[in-house]
Design a protein around this ligand. Sequence first.
Ligand code: ADE
Ligand code: ZN
Length: 346
Amino acid sequence: MFKVPPVFARRLQELLRAMPKAELHIHIEGSLEPELIFALAQRNDVPLPYASVEALRQAYAFTNLQSFLDIYYAGASVLLHEQDFYDMARAYLARAAMDNVAHAEIFFDPQTHTARGVAIETVINGLHRACEDARSELGISSTLILCFLRHLSEASAFETLEQAQPLLDKIVGVGLDSSELGHPPEKFAHVFARCRELGLHLVAHAGEEGPPAYIWSALDVLKVERIDHGVQAMHDAALMQRLAQDRIPLTVCPLSNQKLCVFPDLKNHNLRQLLDAGLCATVNSDDPAYFGGYINENFTQVFAATDMTARHAYQLAFNSFEASFLPAPRKAELIARLQAHIHAFA
Ligand code: ADE
Ligand code: ZN
């Protein structure tokens, strides 16, 4: 058991920024900054319904998940060519490396692009090349997770899986995202069973806005290994016990939850309660270009709002490596690096 040495409260924010960490919940289309949206719109001659970067940023005032998704899908319409996907992912990975992210598992939404006539190879090859270059140039490792859009049909998810079949060596797993309410995990039972047979890792968004029942069915019907968000688990004591006992990771996104009004204020966020109940919670940015900050901003703001300590900081970074889909030796290496960092820091 690693004993976390004392860290002065005034140095905690510095520790949060400097400690090595993994990011496991980042939608790459949600890392498109308004400046890059405008640059790509110009490069690809795509019209935008906003006059300027500032006007677009002004539109980023959300009341719930759907109000965000409408703008997020519109922003993704500027992505047409392999180089566009490369530029987007390369920019995110450079930014993540600045936040001392040692490893990232990156979501992408192929149906958002194939519906506009962009081939799935264009999407996956551009993202994959950015991951390879970031590994050699920045020393950050990363893998891709293909997400099915849950507001579309299971037949559409199967069609997407079929299109991705020749490229499966470039992805580590599949996920489920988009509008949660009214689209329970069990709608995708067959396609997730097929992905499991193919040896892919499985994750799903559940319990972001949706009820604890969606977390239960993500676990028991889809058989996912991690829950994305999962903050509504707090309303079901039996579920909390199951998540703690089985060390099912939750990829929590504090600034996203604040901006989409899941919690009225960061002060009310339940991250600390989830950790103190023994759950394998992690901190992530979700859609950093839309929610006001990358991973370190999520760490520093939620810690400032909820009075967490160096012990929580260590636990969150440890959990991020434990919950990753990295091979065991690389996990051990990153955990050893984290422990050495905290010792040297204290
Ligand atoms: N797609 C991008 N961000 C999302 C979120 N927070 N929830 C569901 N789908 C998403
Ligand atoms: Zn998400």
